[in-house]
Design a binder for this molecule. Structure first.
Ligand code: NAD
Ligand code: WQD
Length: 338
């Protein structure tokens, strides 16, 4: 039996493929490459020293998805496939509801028909909205979300909870990621955003490598020690290992569980910039710019539930994250396009 990874060619998916193989699982991967490149598959295989089946498939295509489940006996699904750009979701909500919500409905229907009822889902800390104070705990109220992207995550969480309530055989882990950064320590796989990055670390790395001129720090008048926004940055390899631990739990338990995957430590924008400069010995040009609409001042996890439920804790430091992001960016200045 294999673990099927939807969106396995993406940033978090590619790192999770590797950690699953390392942990001894057989995997199968599907992706429609809407935000990734085929090149990554060769790199995962090279690092794993092993081959695995890949299906170029869109999760909204029910027939194609059924063919995947016919070809591979699937024990559980780790579901990364989705669109994730907050600003784009405001401009084009239908694309987000169609891909994220519609795609997940189709996926769950095909899983059910195939008798596979175990799913690990990529949710987001964004479901906590603006009103809850950090550290964010899983039992806090969710759903007062600021943007269509975040609402699709909340809706999918609700959908999976309803599914588990309807049939006690279903098992769903709703993993609420905080801010994944870093890359595999080899520098062979990493984050490769299309166009101008929306997120802080890929922006810093592209300034450092000379692809972009200057970082805009969005606001220095927040209610934080240095005035810049505070987030819970987590190394993508720690995050990937969190999936392995959550999967093992999901295979032994039924029902839906929401679980934070974060470090529990907040870090400001300027702290991240200065850590990157110190660890890598590279200057990062920046200027202070106006606040970005929709941003909160502070957001970090209470990670206790993941430790209690499945014994997972983030282990890597901010220095590791900055070093590994830079190794990936400097070895692959144009990402997978080189
Ligand atoms: P990513 O864009 O790098 O990976 C997503 C992958 O899914 C891509 O390879 C894309 O081509 C594929 N995909 C998208 N729609 C598809 C479809 N309909 N059919 C098949 N494949 C499809 O993003 P990521 O950063 O690796 O994020 C993975 C998941 O985690 C996403 O669901 C995202 O919303 C969620 N998440 C990400 C973050 C973050 O900061 N990166 C934070 C919280 C949650
Ligand atoms: C981090 C900090 C910015 C860019 C987003 C999504 C969230 C989740 C993770 C998917 C903030 C500041 C950023 C820049 C800056 N994704 N910043 N200059 O906003 O915490 O979360 O990604 O689920 O849903 O909203 O991450 O990396 O965009 O920003 O000053 O050019 O860096 O203001 O304080 P964010 P981010």
């Amino acid at each position: 039996m294999a673990i099927l990874i939807t969106g396995g060619c993406g940033y978090i998916g590619s790192h999770t493929c590797l950690e699953l193989i390392r942990a001894g699982y057989d995997i199968a991967v599907l992706d429609n490459y809407c935000n990734s490149k085929p090149e990554v598959l060769g790199r995962i295989r090279e690092l794993a020293g092993r081959d695995f089946p890949f299906f170029p498939c869109d999760i909204r295509d029910e027939k194609a998805l059924r063919a995947v489940f016919d070809a591979v006996p699937v024990q559980a699904v780790i579901h990364f496939a989705g669109l994730k750009a907050v600003g784009e979701s405001v401009r084009d909500p239908l694309a987000y509801y169609d891909n994220n919500v519609g795609g997940t409905v189709t996926l769950c229907r095909v899983m059910q028909q195939a008798g596979c009822r175990c799913i690990v889902f990529s949710s987001s800390a964004t479901v906590y909205g603006k009103d809850n104070p950090s550290p964010l705990r899983e039992e806090m109220p969710v759903g007062r979300v600021e943007n269509p992207y975040g609402r699709t995550k909340y809706i999918i969480e609700t959908l999976l909870q309803d599914l588990c309530a309807s049939d006690p055989a279903w098992s769903a882990m709703l993993l609420r990621y905080f801010n994944p950064i870093g890359a595999h320590e080899s520098g062979r796989i990493g984050e490769d955003p299309a166009g101008i990055p929306n997120n802080l670390m890929p922006y810093i790395a592209q300034v450092a490598v000379g692809r972009l001129e200057q970082l805009s720090v969005f606001g220095n008048d927040y209610n934080t020690p240095d005035g810049t926004g505070v987030r819970d940055y987590i190394h993508v390899t720690d995050l990937a290992r969190g999936h392995v631990a959550a999967l093992a739990y999901a295979l032994r338990h039924t029902g839906a569980e929401a679980v934070n995957l974060g470090t529990g430590k907040g870090c400001s924008v300027l702290e991240l910039v200065h850590t990157f400069e110190r660890v890598n010995g590279i200057p990062v040009q920046y200027r202070i710019a106006p606040r970005r609409p929709g941003d909160v001042d502070v957001c970090y996890a209470d990670p206790a539930k993941a430790a209690r439920l499945f014994g997972w804790r983030a282990e890597k430091t901010l220095d590791d994250m900055c070093r590994d992001s830079w190794r990936w960016q400097s070895l692959n200045p144009q990402g997978y396009d080189a």
